[in-house]
Design a protein around this ligand. Structure first.
Ligand code: ZN
Ligand code: ZN
Length: 235
């Protein structure tokens, strides 16, 4: 209860207006963001990506080699930025040090980058944290990051559709091969949940094992289409 109240409070704080200052170089902000035009132009982005898993590609192609051989359980993936400096530090400041201006900036960048590219789903599902981690952190970063994008697209954010029923070691602490096994049975779809098309949201996609595991559970539950939206994609 307290965690969800804090989550709501932080959500409101992320959207509070105040004079903008670049969080990277302290110059005046541009276009209402806490980021100057020069720093924005330097943000790591990529021109081409696999339409299925969002992996950055050097050349335009519909799919990456992995997806040609073994496509993931989700149908399409989009990311706003590449997970590289200074995006990684901005995310860490928000997620682990609860810096609200960084969260507000990242949420706006996510909305700006994805609003015109994604297909509006029936509902948006932030990747859930285990209740214990939510209590420790006080907020779910995926939920806070997707609020402006969901509002722009007029898509409801669904709480409680997917629950993390088992606490697992942080994925980043495990080798890629251990990541999938770590998550088996970690998520459960709420029995009454129904939707034809959902967007699953996370802050960072590295191997994508968490998103694959949840997408599999949603598909097994009868959801027809699962898209993935992330703020940043590791190459
Ligand atoms: Zn700057
Ligand atoms: Zn792919």
């Amino acid at each position: 209860m307290i965690a969800s109240w804090l989550g709501g409070l932080r959500g409101a704080l992320l959207e509070t207006a105040y004079p903008s200052t670049c969080l990277l170089c302290a110059a005046p902000g541009h276009a209402g963001l806490d980021l100057c035009a020069a720093c924005r132009a330097e943000l790591p982005v990529f021109d081409h990506a696999c339409t299925r898993c969002g992996l950055p590609l050097e050349y335009p192609a519909p799919f990456c080699g992995h997806c040609l051989r073994r496509p993931p359980p989700f149908d399409a993936a989009w990311s706003a930025l590449l997970y590289a400096p200074p995006v990684d530090d901005l995310i860490a400041d928000f997620k682990f040090r609860a810096r609200l201006p960084q969260g507000r900036l990242l949420a706006r960048l996510m909305a700006d980058a994805l609003a015109s590219r994604v297909h509006p789903p029936d509902c948006v599902i932030p990747v859930p944290l285990h209740p214990r981690r939510l209590r420790e952190r006080g907020f779910n970063q995926a939920l806070e990051l997707v609020r402006p994008l969901a509002r722009t697209l007029a898509c409801p954010i669904t709480h409680g559709a997917v629950a993390r029923i088992r606490a697992t070691p942080p994925q980043q602490s495990l080798a890629a091969t251990a990541r999938h096994g770590n998550l088996r049975g970690a998520f459960r779809v709420a029995p009454g949940f129904e939707a034809g098309h959902v967007a699953l949201v996370d802050d960072v996609m590295t191997t994508g094992s968490t998103l694959r595991e949840i997408a599999s559970a949603l598909k097994a539950h009868g959801v027809g289409r699962v898209d993935v939206w992330v703020l940043a994609r590791a190459a």
